[in-house]
Structure formats: C-alpha cells, structure tokens
Design a binder for this molecule. Structure first.
Ligand SMILES: [Zn+2]
Length: 81
C-alpha cells in the first residue's frame, strides 16, 4: 500500500479553518459539529496512516497538545488557542 498525499498534506485545503499550530501539529476547526460546542482536529504535519505511526516526539507533542486543548477548552466557540 503506497502513501498518497491527503487533504491535510496541503495547508491550502484547510487554511481558513486553521486555528493554531505547533512545531509538529495543525489545530483545525471542523466544518460540522457532532457535539455541543464543537471540536477541533489535532493533525500531525507529517503524513502518517494512523496514530500508531507517530514517532516519539509526535506522541509527546500530541499528548501535550491534547492536554492543553482540554485544559483551555478550546473546543468552545470563540475560545481557540
Ligand atoms: Zn497527509
């Protein structure tokens, strides 16, 4: 199975919904809401097929970013990074 570029490999595809970024991740507001208050996507900048393929530095940053997002409740409208 070969890797192909996806929507998240092209910043132009989500630029208008980009609400934050770190060294290794994009923070992207979603188009629709499946929960009250909405949610954001934490997307690694490096294309990977699944979370198990994140390297150690990406895993650490993902955990820190997830904790930061949960702590700041950035998923609430108007309360992004
Ligand atoms: Zn990709």
């Amino acid at each position: 199975m070969t890797e192909r570029p996806c929507t998240f490999c092209d910043r132009n595809q989500f630029e208008e919904r980009l609400v934050g970024e770190t060294e290794l991740f994009w923070v992207i507001a979603t188009l629709g809401q499946i929960t009250d208050g909405g949610y954001v996507l934490l997307v690694p900048k490096r294309h990977v097929l699944c979370l198990r393929l994140l390297d150690l530095s990406e895993q650490i940053e993902a955990a820190e970013l997830y904790g930061f997002c949960a702590l700041r409740k950035i998923c609430l409208p108007g309360n992004y990074l």
